[in-house]
Each structure stands twice: as C-alpha cells, then as structure tokens.
Design a binder for this molecule. Structure first.
Ligand code: UT7
Length: 343
C-alpha cells in the first residue's frame, strides 16, 4: 500500500523583529508588553519589509523543504498554497510560487498544478489532507504544501485595531508530502467547518452584492472604510470555539487510529493564543512538555504556524523519526482540522 509521508520541511521568517514595546513606541498603539504577554503569550513577531510578497516568504520555506527532501522543484507534481494574505486578489499565490521556483523556465519547464487554499488558520491542514489523498491515490508522487502570510501589510496598526494587530506576524512554512511503501507517514486527516460563525473573524474589503463592489469617489478611485478594510474579530467567541473544536479534532485524530492521547509524542497546535493551547492541553491531560510553542517569537502566522513549528522542531532535534505527532488547528470560518503522523 502506498503511504504519504512528510519527506521534507522548511520554514522562513523575515529578519525584522517587532517587539510588543515596539508596537507602542513605533506605531503609537495604546498597549503594553504585559497585556499582550498575559493575554496571548506573544513577546515579539516578525514583519517583512515593503516590497516583500507572501510568495517570497513561501519560496524560502519551499526551497528548504525541497532540499531536506532531496528533491528539486521539477520533482513536484502539485503545489498547494494556504494563505489569507495572498500576493493579489487573483490569481492565487501558488502560481507566483510556481514561477519563482523556476518551474516555468529552462529547457524542461514543468507546468505542475498550482492551487490556493482559503481556510485561514486551518488552511495548512486542509492542504496537508488534500496532499495526502493525492499521494495515496497515486495521482501525485510529491506535493509541496505551503502556508505563508504577510499580515504586516493588512492589519490596522492603530489603537483602533489593537485587538487584532497585536496578535499577528509574518512567516512561512512548507512540507513536501511524498509517496512511500514504508509503514509510516500521515495516518489520517480530518477537517470541519461551521459557517454560522463566518463573520466572527473576517476581513471584508469589498461587498460583492454592491455595484460596483467598492464605493467610488468623483475621480473613480475606490474608497474602503476602515471597518471593511481591516480584519475584524470577536475574540471571546473565537477563543471559546477554538478550545472546543481543537479538543474535538484531536480526539477524532486519535480515535481514527486507535491511539490514546498518552501515545502521542508531540502536539503541534495552531499558534493563535498560548492560553488556548494551555486550555486544550489541560482539558485533555496533556503534559506541557509535549506541546510545542513558538507563539512567543512569531505571534499568530495563521496558515504558516504549524509547518513553521514542525520545521523548527525538526531542525532543533525536538522531532525525531519514529515519533507520533498530532497537528491541530482552528480559525476563521470557523474551520478546523487535525492530522496524525508517524514521523
Ligand atoms: O488564529 C485565529 C483564531 N484566533 C484566535 O483564536 C484568537 C482568539 N481570541 C483571543 O485570543 C482573545 O480573545 C484576544 C487576545 C483577542 C483578546 O483577549 P481578551 O482577554 O478576550 O480581551 P478582550 O477582547 O475582552 O479585551 C479586554 C480589554 C478591553 O478593554 P475594556 O473594554 O475592558 O476596557 C480591550 O479594549 O483589553 C483591551 N484590549 C487591549 N489592551 C491592550 C484589547 N486588545 C488590547 C491590546 N492591548 N492589544
């Protein structure tokens, strides 16, 4: 039987560190380091410079993942790109990554499929599940799954937007999912959604029911009011549902494989708020030392959090061959997902 395993991981964060103190000092946001650390666990995040695009961050993570897998871009059969901060409204960012990987050039271009996934914080696990099925079905041998975000360009960096803007950061992570005959790899994946809460964490920008979809001034330039322009979140509702759904998705992953929670070696939870992950761990009786965390350094990088976390754990030796790894995410939509992997 063909299994799907993670043959390479990669991550990239832009070099510029923005501390909590910098948010107050440089941007004039009425916040404090103490408030942000106490409510979220975040100490700093990375912001990329103007001119850098989401596909640029993804490219660095992808190159690392390909190298780790011992592959070159032309070995890929498909690219799946999860992001909520795409390079453009359309086309999707996967085609820009495909081009930047050099797949459209040279003597033997390879015009592999390139698809975007729009599931926010859960997008990477939706992508990982899709890649797993593509590989197990025999349709693809190697699939690149990327999660990358440039939040710094599209958050309200004023006191008005502080509930959202103090949480998010830029970054990218990538996995190569490959076929193997060995008894290992991605054992199961589950995803879910509850559209009743779609507006609880959203960024509207336009209203497609209007003609045209944004208001125009006398010169024909588009005008977008702040409540449409920036992301909006009902933090408490999101928080509550995140705990409930993440616990459920984790149990689903274990039940599907006949595995008990104590058999799992590492838990890779989405990094939205350290308190959410502590609640999940406490509720499920998971020892803190089995729960990976990097929210302190990167904040919430939405689709990028899980591959970033896993890639760093592999590089630092925390994640080793033979370990049982659970990945769980929750985010806007609401959407959620889980995967259980024998590394
Ligand atoms: O990745 C997608 C999923 N996202 C999440 O899972 C996020 C879920 N939600 C959360 O993490 C939390 O709800 C937040 C961190 C967003 C907010 O924490 P909270 O404990 O729910 O705070 P709150 O929104 O109820 O705000 C409490 C107070 C308010 O002031 P008043 O009305 O009590 O005077 C806020 O205006 O804290 C104020 N506040 C801030 N103060 C300083 C909100 N944001 C900030 C800030 N700095 N950054």
């Amino acid at each position: 039987m063909t299994n799907a395993f993670i043959s390479g991981t990669g991550s990239y964060v832009p070099p510029r560190v923005v501390t909590n103190a910098d948010l107050a000092k440089d941007y004039g946001i009425d916040t404090t380091h103490e408030w942000i650390v106490q409510r979220t666990g975040i100490e700093e995040r990375r912001f990329s410079e103007p001119g850098v695009m989401t596909s640029d961050l993804a490219l660095e993570a992808s190159k690392q993942a390909l190298e780790a897998a011992g592959l070159v871009p032309t070995d890929l059969d498909m690219i799946l790109f999860a992001t909520l901060s795409p390079d453009m409204c359309f086309p999707g960012t996967a085609v820009f990554l495909q081009r930047k990987l050099g797949l459209c050039e040279g003597e033997t271009p390879k015009f592999v499929g390139a698809m975007d996934i729009r599931n926010q914080c859960s997008g990477f696990l939706y992508g990982l599940g899709t890649a797993t099925s593509m590989v197990k079905s025999g349709a693809c041998k190697h699939v690149l799954v990327v999660g990358a975000e440039t939040h710094s360009a599209a958050i309200d960096m004023t006191t008005r937007g502080r509930t959202v803007s103090t949480l998010f950061g830029d970054g990218a992570g990538a996995f190569v999912v490959s076929a193997t005959d060995e008894d290992r790899g991605i054992r199961s994946w589950h995803v879910g959604a509850d559209g009743r809460f779609a507006e609880k964490l959203c960024m509207r920008v336009w209203d497609i029911a209007k003609r045209p979809y944004v208001d125009l001034d006398e010169e024909g330039n588009g005008k977008v009011p702040p409540e449409m322009l920036w992301p909006h979140m009902d933090g408490k509702v999101v928080f509550r549902h995140a705990i409930e759904r993440m616990c459920g998705a984790l149990l689903q992953a274990c039940w599907a494989n006949g595995v008990e929670l104590k058999d799992v070696d590492l838990f890779c939870f989405h990094q939205a708020n350290k308190r959410i992950n502590e609640y999940v761990a406490n509720t499920m009786g998971i020892p803190p030392e089995k729960v990976l965390s990097n929210i302190e350094r990167y904040g919430n990088t939405t689709a990028a959090t899980i591959p970033l976390l896993v890639a760093e754990a592999e590089r630092t030796g925390r994640l080793e061959r033979g370990m049982k790894v659970a990945m769980v995410a929750f985010g806007s939509g609401f959407t959620w997902g889980s995967a259980l992997v024998d590394w």
